[in-house]
Design a protein around this ligand. Structure first.
Ligand SMILES: *[C@@H]1O[C@H](CO)[C@@H](O)[C@H](O)[C@H]1NC(C)=O
Ligand SMILES: *[C@@H]1O[C@H](CO)[C@@H](O)[C@H](O)[C@H]1NC(C)=O
Ligand SMILES: *[C@@H]1O[C@H](CO)[C@@H](O)[C@H](O)[C@H]1NC(C)=O
Ligand SMILES: *[C@@H]1O[C@H](CO)[C@@H](O)[C@H](O)[C@H]1NC(C)=O
Ligand SMILES: *[C@@H]1O[C@H](CO)[C@@H](O)[C@H](O)[C@H]1NC(C)=O
Ligand SMILES: *[C@@H]1O[C@H](CO)[C@@H](O)[C@H](O)[C@H]1NC(C)=O
Ligand SMILES: *[C@@H]1O[C@H](CO)[C@@H](O)[C@H](O)[C@H]1NC(C)=O
Ligand SMILES: *[C@@H]1O[C@H](CO)[C@@H](O)[C@H](O)[C@H]1NC(C)=O
Length: 889
């Protein structure tokens, strides 16, 4: 943040080195100065309305470490030692505790009725000694079959193998967790094994995994009904699970081996065992494999382990506890892997799918007076507006009353807008605007979130906001262990965008989507499933990304979360896109929005403000804001279809009806000012400023500033001169030069010190100034539709002229907090980084063009000498060009 230290530029050309990373951004990509429209006609103006002066740097952590193969750390090969000393590996098993392996009951004996005697872990290739570095081989003490298992039948095919001693836990040898929930919504499961199915197949020596698709019991029964063997007399039961290989070319894993799903947490993946390979058809057929479903056997597993000496409680296989128990041994999710070589992998934690850090300053939690939903959020889009979904505006018939934001501040909701088309319970038009009674208490550096306007989203990944346990979401560096910590915090989830056809939503969402997804919806999510309770979606919260506009990054809201189980992991989530509701949002958010009705409006999006146009009657005109066109609204309506340009606030106005016609009566000398200043090759920014002096007894008092506009004329505010006539002016550029005596002053006739309207005055000098590189005029800003976006405000700092960067504001925005009415002949400007600067009468709103020409944009109107401000009100010079021309010459 060091760049923020440099904000006062004492008497020097301040904004020239635009290539400096920390220098303020004043031009767009093409090098044109950034301009701000005087009237708000679009919502797509966030980057101007909340323009950022300086960029923000973001650190990118990365680290690396060697990784042995962890993927199969729970896989065990169950072996039968032969008389000759060779071991036949005929079944697979899953390590679920230091000294317990889960397998199929039919693996309790081999064809010769011998029990296995050994289990080998950490070995990928059983036939090769090359990879035996991590292998652990442990003797079996006992194989405990389920008491209801019979070798003659395919039921209760589950057994526990007790080992002689615990394994040495290591990256390559660590227990799996168990999936104990009856619900199985995984679309893909994995079976692993050395390839032997138990059906007399040749064993592959290398551990393989195959991706399988679970199928329903009904589908599966079709395969097994006509081969109802004596082993399956009662048909398939809930204890069975079927899965099929789409490609039909591999086998379904080792007998007794795991059917598993990898679930994410802590940016790692933990294998959860769903089933045990029980029976199935031969390889290369389309018959599904049948697995013993673990979920029904939790009690049996735990009690059997206890009976056999394990000191465990019934929570041992709780998903959270189990996942964290071995987290330090697990593989990282692929998203964080930056580069992988055979023995070294580097990671970038910044790419984690879930991050437990990141800004939530934009987030507003929506609250009800007496108990509402626990999970309703919105996004702050300006000082008194929160955007959310309509679902969050009604709870049991009650409307929310407050929002909580930025660490506990609260604000009262004064108005709620919901599109008339919204129907509760449906996902269409599910958007809402909350207006606050008062401005939110936001820090001066806070940038509200912007609303993305385009139909296309230029990203494939957006950030979703969720909430979840701290322990399950901490990013583990190296192989640190993670302590249980149920505290919950906000999570930022990198979520991929899916189109209508690739979007996979939970079936339950179809109730609220009878017409299916449409353009107003955004489907985002992640293909991996997560450990349950790791992440809960924040409903109504924004789906965002940082967008670069003119080299500055802005927080952009692309959508608002509607519903999404597990934050869109596994099955995706649904969100509302504000871009599809822009017209409705404009009607709520834009000042003086004209609801034109469909019969009379015709918007031509290609016509921008200032473009030439022609209305349907063939009358030539120009696109101007409604206020600039002197045709009355009612007359417009009476005259038939109105032609709108780009927005319903910019109309095609007949040329003859455009007010304030293009500098028509602006004196030529004022218009030639830029050329003159260029010729003078000016070098000293405050050279066009003067101090205005009063003789008070023996002292000289300089009460305010003026700006030189011709050799004889100084411009200042009328309020500056209201305390009596000044006697002379002094050049700021050279205070030792003789002062210039004043000939007379011209106050604006309609200056009103109560309302500060028409606060402008001219001072005529007795003798003319002589131009030089140090003494020159300030040119007047003449563009009536736009104002430079990055201006400078002069003010006195320790008897020197200093400048602070300021940005123009829409009058409509300024009016929201300003106690008095702000007129169109006034302009507000806000400081980029200060809430307090001593500014005073006649202080000037100036713009130094890239070619060095100084322009006067505004004059500080009457205000207490030193004000705490975030913005100040100025007399708008462009409104007085005619008056100046008529009175200065
Ligand atoms: C089951 O029976 C149907 C019809 O009799 C037959 O087409 C199908 O191939 C049989 N399935 C198996 C696995 O034998
Ligand atoms: C698992 O344990 C965690 C932490 O104690 C607890 O919050 C959670 O409810 C448990 N889950 C189940 C399914 O019991
Ligand atoms: C504004 O917010 C700040 C920081 O959160 C807090 O210290 C201050 O009390 C708040 N002011 C008001 C008026 O709420
Ligand atoms: C949807 O996305 C899929 C996968 O990215 C792509 O193959 C398909 O063409 C897309 N469909 C449409 C209609 O864009
Ligand atoms: C300031 O004015 C004095 C008196 O006219 C003159 O001698 C001096 O050179 C001027 N200084 C500059 C920097 O122009
Ligand atoms: C100044 O404006 C106020 C408010 O509109 C009005 O009451 C007052 O008469 C005006 N004063 C003058 C001198 O016009
Ligand atoms: C005012 O500035 C805008 C933005 O740069 C520009 O498009 C427009 O042409 C200017 N108008 C005039 C009259 O110069
Ligand atoms: C202005 O900012 C200063 C610190 O930067 C703070 O102490 C002061 O309270 C702020 N004033 C207002 C009105 O926000």
């Amino acid at each position: 943040m060091t760049g923020f230290l440099i904000f006062i530029f004492l008497a020097c050309w301040s904004i020239s080195e635009a290539d400096d990373y920390w220098s303020p951004k004043t031009t767009d990509q093409d090098g044109s100065p950034l301009m701000f429209p005087n009237e708000r006609t679009t919502l797509d103006d966030c980057h101007l309305r909340y323009h950022k002066l300086y960029p923000q740097a973001e650190p990118k952590p990365a680290f690396g470490m060697p990784v042995p193969l962890k993927e199969f750390a729970h896989m065990g090969a169950i072996g039968w030692t032969q008389r000759n000393g060779n071991i036949l590996w005929q079944c697979g098993g899953t390590l679920i505790w230091d000294n317990f392996v889960l397998t199929a009951a039919h693996c309790a004996v081999d064809s010769r009725n011998q029990a296995p005697d050994v289990v080998r872990f950490g070995d990928i290739d059983l036939t090769s000694a090359d990879d035996d570095q991590y292998a652990q081989q442990i003797k079996i003490v006992e194989v405990i079959r389920h008491q209801m298992h019979k070798f003659a039948a395919n039921y209760h095919d589950i057994a526990l193998v007790k080992l002689l001693k615990g394994v040495r836990l290591h990256d390559t040898v660590a227990p799996a967790c168990l999936w104990l929930d009856d619900e199985l919504r995984f679309r893909k499961l994995e079976a692993t094994g050395w390839g032997r199915t138990g059906f007399a197949q040749e064993q592959t020596p290398v551990l393989l995994k195959v991706v399988l698709k679970p199928i329903s019991k009904q589908q599966c029964s079709e395969f097994y009904s006509n081969i109802t063997t004596r082993k399956l007399r009662s048909g398939l039961q809930d204890q069975h699970l079927c899965a099929i290989d789409d490609r039909m070319d591999t086998c379904e894993g080792d007998s007794g081996g795991p059917l598993q799903i990898k679930l994410m947490h802590n940016s790692k993946v933990t294998p959860f065992i769903v089933g045990i390979t029980s029976f199935g058809s031969a390889c290369g057929t389309s018959t599904p494999g049948v697995y013993t479903r673990i979920a029904g056997y939790q009690d049996w597993i735990v009690s059997t382990m206890r009976q056999n000496g394990a000191d465990v409680d019934e929570n041992i296989f709780n998903a959270t506890i189990c996942a964290l128990r071995y987290v330090h041994f697990r593989e990282y999710e692929d998203a964080v892997i930056q580069e992988k070589t055979i023995d070294y992998t580097s990671y970038d934690s910044d790419n984690a799918r879930i991050k437990d850090y990141g800004n939530t300053d934009w987030l507003a939690e929506i609250g009800w007076q007496s108990g509402g939903p626990e999970n309703c959020f919105g996004v702050i889009i300006d000082e008194d507006t929160v955007l959310t979904i309509a679902d969050c505006t009604n709870f049991n018939g009650l409307a929310p009353t407050t929002i909580t934001y930025q660490g506990g501040n609260t604000a009262v909701i004064s108005k709620i807008y919901v599109p008339p088309e919204y129907i509760k319970g449906f996902s269409y038009n599910n958007i809402a605007v909350l207006k606050m009674q008062e401005h939110l208490n936001l820090s001066i550096s806070f940038q509200p979130s912007c609303i993305w306007h385009g139909n296309e989203i230029p990203y494939s990944i957006l950030q979703v906001i969720g909430y979840g346990r701290e322990d399950m979401n901490t990013f583990p560096y190296s192989d640190e262990r993670i302590q249980l910590n149920p505290t919950e915090k906000f999570l930022h989830i990198q979520s991929r965008i899916f189109n209508e056809s690739s979007c996979v939503l939970p079936n339950s969402y179809s109730r609220s989507l009878p017409r299916g997804m449409s353009r107003e919806h955004l489907c985002v999510g992640n293909d991996v499933f997560i450990v349950p309770e790791t992440c809960r979606l924040r409903i109504g919260a924004p789906i965002t990304e940082t967008v670069e506009i003119n080299d500055r990054s802005y927080h952009m809201t692309f959508a608002l979360s509607q519903q999404g189980r597990d934050c869109g992991f596994g099955e995706y989530m649904l969100a509302t896109r504000p871009a599809s509701h822009v017209e409705w949002l404009k009607s709520v958010l834009l000042p003086n929005y004209q609801d034109t009705g469909s019969s009379v409006s015709f918007v031509d999006p290609d016509l921008l403000q200032g473009n030439s146009c022609e209305n349907d009657a063939g009358v030539k005109g120009r696109c101007v804001t409604l206020g600039t066109c002197s045709v009355e609204w009612s007359k417009f309506l009476a005259d038939g279809p109105i032609k709108f340009c780009s927005s319903s606030k910019v109309v095609c106005c007949p040329l003859s009806k455009i007010k304030n016609q293009q500098s028509s009566r602006v004196h030529p000398e004022l218009l030639e000012c830029p050329q003159l200043v260029k010729r003078l090759a000016v070098t000293y920014s405050p050279g066009s400023m003067v101090n205005i002096g009063w003789i008070s007894g023996e002292n000289i008092e300089f009460r305010c500033h003026g700006a030189i506009i011709t050799k004889l004329i100084i411009i200042t505010s009328a309020s500056c001169l209201s305390e009596g006539l000044p006697q002379f002016v002094q050049l700021v550029a050279n205070v030792s030069q003789k002062n210039f005596e004043i000939d007379g002053i011209i106050l604006h006739r309609d200056y009103n010190s109560t309302t500060n309207s028409n606060d402008i005055a001219l001072i005529r000098l007795r003798r003319p100034l002589s131009w030089s590189a140090d003494v020159f005029p300030t040119c007047l800003w003449t563009n009536t539709s736009h104002t430079p976006l990055v201006m400078e405000l002069s003010f006195e700092d320790d008897e020197e002229i200093a400048f602070d960067y300021v940005a123009p504001m829409y009058n409509s925005d300024c009016q929201r907090t300003h106690p008095q009415a702000i007129r169109s002949s006034q302009i507000c400007a806000r400081s980029y980084m200060r809430n307090s600067t001593c500014i005073s009468l006649g202080d000037q709103l100036r713009w130094d063009a890239p070619d060095g020409i100084p322009y006067l944009v505004g004059l500080m109107v009457h205000a207490p000498n030193c004000v705490d401000w975030r913005y100040a009100v100025f007399t708008r010079i462009t409104s007085f060009l005619d008056w100046i021309s008529a009175n200065a010459f």
